[in-house]
Design a protein around this ligand. Structure first.
Ligand code: CAA
Length: 394
């Protein structure tokens, strides 16, 4: 006789959360997705909905107002929302990205001040790393922070900051010691009302159009010394540790987009008749659907493995986060392009969701480290980082 193991309390809680998310997505998010994309506005109604349903602080520590849930649950939530609306999924994912530096490197007072408000959704978060001259090569950033008495004064510009213009709290990475390269970077918690903080240009983007991406300007921006995260010079490592935990969130977005496109294309292929039978009964389309399915399932397995590495605090996390983001981003792109192809002319029309999914998919190959950076990270786990041999000055 088979022995049935009862589900653990954590598994039951995860199932409950996912059911709530599926219902919310079906009733409130999916019907808004096309409009959010067309208007290109941050959907505050969806932010409020997620906040009311406790979706913004799933893996945040319970002692600071979070749900104390697993990263696995968190990525499954991002995936579910992304099936219908990639912009809405970023409300959850970027709250995580902006809060993680405080969770990872903050002291008790900083966590107590910021995390409960971010977990409840009263405040919105952002993460400011990229600059006009440093995207992939983040260690060469130039935004400068200088200590003056009981304040740091920040000067310079950040670009491509997701939710930077709607955030109450932004973690900003800036150089405190230019002689030390990446090890001269420090991390600061900046509030939107700090003197000298301004929001600059809003980007007009191909996809994730309901997720505003802006330039941030620091013009003698004054930050109290107590808002330094960790020690001076530890900011770059904090930024990297955050990306290890946030890249699975983007992989989850990618898997969700791909699954949403596959579901739509398969449903269309079951109904659309050509040459006397549904196109899903034509071998050419069947092979495409089968290839899409295998890519989505393989990406999901890597994603869940990366999330488990987050939960275990595994030393392999950097590698698995990069593997998951690389595989899932490429899957999202390929599967959405094929979904458009299966729908033919209808796929190219804004009246069907797959063209939006295709446009949204592209960003998952670019942000939180391009696919080329993921390959660099993966390769370094195999062969190490090249260090030029020391020269004797000749
Ligand atoms: N965890 C902890 N420490 C790490 C680390 C990690 N994962 N990765 C690197 N470090 C440490 C290194 O050990 C090193 O420390 P020491 O000097 O003490 O040995 C230090 O950080 C510098 O690291 P590297 O020498 O590896 O730095 P590098 O310049 O050669 O390469 C990189 C780093 C991996 C290429 C990094 O710059 C990178 O990830 N670039 C991509 C940037 C990125 O992902 N940007 C995304 C912006 S956010 C975004 O997109 C969000 C959004 O919109 C939603």
């Amino acid at each position: 006789m088979a022995v049935i193991t009862p589900p653990s309390a954590a598994a039951e809680e995860e199932a409950m959360i996912l059911q709530v998310v599926r219902d919310l997505v079906a009733e409130k998010v999916a019907p808004r997705a096309a409009e959010i994309d067309a208007k290109g506005e941050f959907p505050w109604d969806i932010q409020k909905l997620f906040a009311e349903n406790d979706l913004l602080g799933i893996p945040f520590p319970a002692e600071y107002g979070g749900l104390g849930g697993s990263f696995l649950t968190y990525v499954k939530v991002v995936e579910e929302i992304s099936k219908a609306c990639a912009s809405s999924a970023l409300i959850v994912a970027v709250q995580e990205l902006g809060a993680l530096p405080i969770i990872i490197a903050g002291n008790h007072e900083q966590k107590q001040k910021y995390i409960p408000k971010l977990a409840s959704g009263e405040w919105t978060a952002a993460y400011a790393l990229t600059e006009p001259s440093s995207g992939s090569d983040a260690g060469t950033m130039r935004v400068r922070a200088e200590r003056k008495g009981d304040k740091y004064v920040i000067n310079g510009n950040k670009i491509w900051i997701t939710h930077g213009g709607v955030a109450d709290v932004i973690v900003v990475f800036a150089v405190t010691d230019p002689s030390k390269g990446p090890n001269g970077v420090s991390a600061f918690i900046v509030e939107k009302d700090f003197p000298g903080f301004k929001v600059g240009k809003l980007e007009k983007k191909m996809g994730i159009r309901g997720s505003p991406t802006v330039e941030l300007i620091f013009d003698n921006c004054e930050v109290p010394v107590e808002n330094l995260l960790g020690e001076e010079g530890t900011g770059f490592k904090t930024a990297m540790k955050v990306l290890d935990k946030s890249r699975p969130g983007i992989a989850a977005q990618a898997v969700g987009i791909a699954q949403g496109a596959l579901d739509y294309a398969a449903a269309y292929a079951r109904e659309r008749i050509a040459f006397g039978k549904p196109i899903g009964q034509q071998q050419g389309i069947q092979f495409m659907l089968a290839d899409m399915k295998v890519e989505v399932e393989a990406s999901r397995l890597l994603l869940y493995e990366a999330a488990r590495k987050c939960d275990e605090g595994s030393a392999d996390l950097t590698l698995y986060a990069a593997l998951a983001k690389l595989k899932a981003g490429d899957t999202a792109m390929k599967v959405t392009v094929d979904a458009v192809q299966i729908l033919g002319g209808f796929g190219y029309s804004v009246e069907y969701p797959v063209e939006r999914m295709m446009r949204d998919a592209k960003i998952t190959q670019i942000y939180e480290g391009t696919q080329q950076i993921q390959r660099l990270v993966i390769a370094r786990t195999l062969v190490g980082k090249w260090k030029p041999p020391a020269t004797d000055g000749r």
